[in-house]
Design a protein around this ligand. Sequence first.
Ligand SMILES: NS(=O)(=O)c1ccc(Cc2ccc([N+](=O)[O-])cc2)cc1
Ligand SMILES: [Zn+2]
Length: 259
Amino acid sequence: RNTFCLVCQGPPVWHKNYPVAQGNRQSPIDIIPHQTSHDPGLGPITLNYDQCTSINITNNGHSVVVEFEDPDDRSVILGGPLDNPYRLKQFHFHWGGKGCHGSEHTVSGNSYASELHLVHWNAVKYKTFGEAATAPDGLAVLGIFLETGDDHRWLHMITDALYMVKFKGSVTDFKAFNPKCLLPSSLHYWTYLGSLTTPPLHESVIWIVLKEPIIVSEKQVHVFRMLLFTGEEEDERIRMENNFRPPQPLKGRKVRSSN
Ligand SMILES: NS(=O)(=O)c1ccc(Cc2ccc([N+](=O)[O-])cc2)cc1
Ligand SMILES: [Zn+2]
């Protein structure tokens, strides 16, 4: 398996090149609701996405990513545990294989079919995303669980585009998509200090995980599995699935609940 890139060899080997994989604020985690502390000082989060400008959708070999222009504070998340607005940079998904679940965070040991991550960075304190991504308060990722049930009326806008980015390294235009249509009705959340869930696993993420999942159909989740980890030029075709990291040790961290 040494032909695979390190990430593709999966979480068990990441610590060799990224010792922070065994750090004190790694993500994801198992969230146990009755063990979280309700913090009345935690206000609601606000998502100002109305001027959002998505640019493209790409298969980076590990997930499918929709990238946004972030020259100013046109699309930000604010409030909750955040001291200032954080700019939307990209969103992507994690999912499982046929019939097996694929979320990264779990709730009392239960995982969901998939998990959506909206990645934001602290442009007030840091000049670039890359710089913010290595700072303890540099990133804020909003995690949304996808539970299987009925068809999601807007997710098809994403799944319809996946046919264009089947191979690793492929990218296609994806303009004017507002991710507000992928939010559940309630913005109640859990929040804790964690990390990127893929290498380089930087401990730079303030995690905000929504309690309410969105409902999508198994058919819609299955479309994600037609993506490939491998590039068009490679002779081996490996389906992109199970691209989730399992829960990591809490190491004494507090998980707070909005209410
Ligand atoms: N899954 S997640 O924790 O939300 C996540 C979010 C963003 C990224 C993308 C990424 C973020 C930072 C770097 N870096 O600093 O080299 C490289 C890749 C990787 C992983
Ligand atoms: Zn992610």
